[in-house]
Design a protein around this ligand. Structure first.
Ligand code: NAP
Length: 548
């Protein structure tokens, strides 16, 4: 099957040599992709002249209703999407995150748009600002849609959610999108886009799809366009510094790779609920999507005194994971998305092994699959006994089922190890001690996009370490790309710096707020003015103080 792009109102089969896309388990070619022959200048013009005006005719509420209708419609094809998703190496649970997670994001934006944005085409941001003594001259911020296109360049690991989490706020803002999925898993994105286009729910021109490379598209971007990139730091760097992007100050949002940490606090000893929760979470993060999540835990930072106990508990938990063909009911972890990824991940593990010892089996038996055709990597736990001397550990991201145990001697040192990632998407903290939680959160916040605090009280309802949520900002400073998606992202598509959606910061435990009781109005005002200079955009935490 040759994948087609959807550009300028029609399905287009690329010309010339096409890239072969293979089933991650069997190695069979299931599709080919090429974008050769697409006129990218005309594709951008189509978005600007056809999609943009049609979307701008609608109010926020009408666009919200459109997103809701789309989410419902896509739900009708779930079975078809799940079936194809196996080819990416995803188990049913992995696909649930990608497919249902994507639909959930559409629903979430539909509902937030209807509740929090006005039934108009313009967003009036904040109160009037008095600018004169007599009050005859005032200022007011307003937000209107950009008149260009949003170019979404996505990573291979979430072919559905990765598209919908960007598409939801973009369409809600009234901006047309050109989606370029990673080629490796583009066949699933193409199927979903096919069903979207067939539904006729979106105005023509508001969604175009490019399967294959983006050719000379970047040469034709203007200041009214926005690029939202997800992928490796190297590609981000290349695209961010494209001469036309620089010359025209094209908005560029990037989510790149990240060394995420999970910290077991000093109070969480073996036998405590938080210790068991920590072990379960690290193992889950290593094996969900075979560790191919930008938010996956790469460093499990644990008190020196409990390091051996953590290693043993993790080793035992990982040994029970059945790896193999994701189509089998008993399989808990599938292959990586492609053999090229396996080569890359194995290479990174070798580099990490110069500083850390691999303590799990290098090669494992597979259920219903073989190592020759499938891109399998065994869950790989490393133990770094001398993290103070380590370098690779804090810089190399092995984008697979790989995590290193890093022992620390003091809370301060734990914070220091996490910060060596030089900007990460997320860190989580497992503790029942509010004072330790506060110390860790405040130490980690400047270098992380999201912090998760988990204890015995909130664990059951918690969405876990690795879940980006529509209500909270997804992104991180420095190496993580410095971007922000979701929660506030609508603003990136509208020509104003202010942000219509607010993060759920009110849910932070009081200890993080210095224990002060401020009236709601004052908190909101403070959040509003502080947002632009605060480093950690969102935090999730237990709302009840925990019993020690
Ligand atoms: P990648 O090579 O950078 O590819 C990412 C996307 O960029 C793909 O769609 C790719 O298309 C495209 N691309 C590559 N070179 C390009 C160029 N010169 N011009 C335009 N587009 C170009 O990344 P990857 O190795 O596939 O993805 C894994 C990485 O993504 C990991 O490091 C992971 O941490 C990161 N990631 C981050 C997040 C996040 O939210 N922070 C989420 C998921 C993944 P082709 O596929 O056609 O090459």
């Amino acid at each position: 099957m040759q994948l087609k792009s959807y550009v300028q109102g029609r399905w287009f089969a690329g010309e010339g040599e096409a890239q072969q896309l293979r089933d991650a388990t069997t190695g069979q070619v299931i599709a080919t992709a090429s974008s050769t022959g697409i006129d990218f200048k005309a594709t951008l013009r189509y978005a600007r002249e056809v999609g943009g005006p049609a979307l701008r005719e609608l109010t926020f509420h009408q666009r919200s209703a459109m997103l809701k209708q789309l989410a419902k419609k896509l739900g009708e094809y779930k079975e078809e999407f799940y079936k194809l998703s196996y080819a990416t190496g995803a188990t049913k649970t992995d696909s649930w995150i990608d497919i249902d997670g994507g639909f959930g994001t559409l629903f979430a934006y539909a509902s937030r748009g209807a509740r929090e944005l006005p039934n108009s085409k313009v967003y009036v941001d904040g109160d009037l600002e008095g600018l004169s003594k007599g009050g005859t001259f005032v200022g007011q911020h307003i937000c209107v849609p950009l008149e260009g296109a949003a170019v979404h360049i996505n990573a291979f690991n979430f072919p559905v959610w990765g598209m919908l989490e960007k598409l939801s706020p973009t369409l809600l803002a009234g901006v047309p999108a050109i989606v370029k999925p990673a080629t490796t898993t583009a066949y699933l994105t193409e199927l979903v886009v096919r069903r979207i286009i067939e539904s006729g729910i979106l105005p023509e021109g508001s969604l175009q799809l490019v399967c294959g490379s983006v050719g000379d598209l970047f040469d034709h971007l203007t200041c009214q366009d926005v690029v939202s990139f997800t992928g490796s730091a190297n590609t981000a760097q290349k695209l961010r510094t494209h001469p036309n992007v620089v010359a025209n100050s094209v908005r560029f949002i990037s989510e790149t790779d990240s060394i995420n940490s999970c910290v077991l606090a000093e109070d969480a000893k073996p036998g405590q609920p938080e210790f068991d929760l920590f072990v379960r979470e690290v193992a889950r993060e290593m094996t969900t999507k075979a560790g191919q999540k930008c938010t996956a835990i790469r460093k499990a930072i644990v008190p020196m005194a409990h390091a051996d106990a953590v290693v043993e508990a993790l080793r035992a938990t990982l040994a029970k994971v059945v790896v193999g063909d994701p189509r089998l009911d008993n399989v808990r972890m599938g292959p990586l998305a492609a053999l090229s990824q396996r080569r890359e991940v194995l290479g990174r593990i070798s580099e990490l092994r110069r500083e850390a010892e691999l303590i799990t089996a290098e090669r494992i038996d597979l259920a219903g699959a073989d190592h020759d055709h499938g891109a399998f990597v065994a869950p790989s736990l490393l133990y770094c006994r001398e993290p103070r001397k380590a370098k690779a550990l804090h810089h190399i991201e092995a984008f697979g089922p790989v995590c290193s145990v890093v022992p620390y001697e003091s809370t301060r040192e734990a914070i220091g190890f996490a910060r060596l990632g030089e900007g990460s998407l997320v860190a989580s903290v497992f503790t029942a001690d509010d004072a330790l939680a506060t110390e860790l959160v405040l130490g980690l916040a400047p270098l992380h996009g999201r912090l998760v605090v988990i204890n015995r009280d909130c664990a059951k309802e918690s969405t876990g370490h690795g879940s980006p949520l529509p209500a909270l900002v997804h992104g991180g400073p420095g190496r993580a790309g410095g971007g922000e998606e979701m929660a506030a992202f609508v603003a990136s598509c509208i020509t104003c710096s202010a942000r219509p959606f607010r993060a759920a910061r009110r849910r932070l435990p009081r200890s993080l707020d210095g224990g002060r009781e401020a009236p709601c109005r004052r908190i909101r005002a403070a959040i509003r003015s502080a947002r632009r200079s605060m480093s950690c955009r969102s935090a999730t935490a237990s709302t009840r103080p925990s019993a020690k």
